[in-house]
Design a protein around this ligand. Structure first.
Ligand code: AMP
Length: 281
């Protein structure tokens, strides 16, 4: 496995592969890699000849007061995971290589960035869409792999790729969870033992909402049931808990499907999760 820090070098390497008609998969990450990332890498390995993993903690997608400076950066361990998983290139650009002091161009996906995390993380999806398009331009992959755990991010990127005719196939991948049902996340490392014990209740509350939605056929009741369940969790604070159309991220159709999505603070740590429910009300 090659570790590459410069754009010129990653381009050169990928150009060589393309000339040899080798298919290239990209897995964009912010590092602190876990089984969730590994599952994306394995899928990319199955579907491509070469796999590039990018590790870049993207400053422009963090708001003031968010965890940019304390975000975990265990580079040596990440590189070992990539090597173990058969990654061809680990691309780890420096922030100064991605954003010049004169950076002026941004990708804004207007409607999809509006709901859910949108109001609570102003500028976040603009930062995500911009860095992902930059990585696509630098690496020029055939396919790129994204987790459904960050469902709104996935939809924003799918929309961007469609709207701007970006020649990259977006491959959505299932959320990997630990045995308690908690979605794996680099941010889980922030949780104290008590918080860690409480965190799986986010997933359970979403499942309750899913059951109520199916049995009572009522969105509001389902939302209320999940909120009530989360209010019982010590140290938890709901930021949002919404039931939306997974395609438009707006009011769901009676015919479904339904996206149940939540952001909850457990202590100081913000966790997100979601559940897709099919079928009509
Ligand atoms: P991050 O490093 O958190 O920016 O995540 C990089 C990619 O891994 C994104 O596409 C995430 O959606 C995906 N990802 C993160 N956690 C998981 C998980 N538990 N299961 C599947 N994919 C995940």
């Amino acid at each position: 496995m090659k570790i590459i820090h410069s754009m010129g070098s990653v381009r050169q390497t990928v150009l060589g592969w393309r000339r040899a008609e080798r298919r290239v998969g990209l897995v964009p990450t912010m590092g602190a890699l876990h089984e969730g990332h590994a599952s994306l890498i394995r899928r990319a390995r199955r579907e491509n000849d070469e796999v590039v993993v990018s590790i870049f903690v993207n400053p422009v997608q963090f708001g003031p007061g968010e965890d940019f400076s304390r975000y975990p950066r265990p580079f040596v361990r990440d590189a070992a995971l990539c090597r173990r998983e058969g990654v061809s290139v680990l691309f780890a650009p420096k922030p100064s290589a991605l954003y010049s002091t004169d950076h002026q161009t941004w990708v804004t996906v207007e409607k999809l960035a509006g709901p859910l995390c949108g109001p609570f993380r102003p500028g976040h999806f603009r930062g995500v869409a911009t860095v992902v398009l930059k990585l696509f331009n630098m690496v020029q992959p055939d396919r790129a792999y994204f987790g459904k755990k960050d469902f709104q991010q996935l939809r924003v990127i799918e929309q961007m790729v469609n709207d701007l005719n970006v020649p990259v196939k977006i491959v959505p991948c299932p959320t990997v969870r630990d045995p308690s049902g908690l979605a794996l996340s680099s941010r889980n490392a922030y949780l104290s033992p008590d918080e860690r014990a409480a965190a799986p209740r986010l997933r359970r509350a979403l499942r309750t909402a899913g059951q109520v939605l199916k049995s009572r056929r009522n969105v509001r009741e389902a939302q209320r049931a999940a909120r009530n369940e989360l209010r019982q969790v010590p140290g938890a604070r709901i930021q949002y808990l919404e039931i939306l159309d997974p395609k438009t991220l707006s009011v769901p159709k009676k015919t479904g499907p339904f996206l149940l999505a939540a952001a909850v603070y457990v202590g100081r740590t913000r966790l997100i999760d979601n559940l897709l429910v099919r079928g009509a009300l």
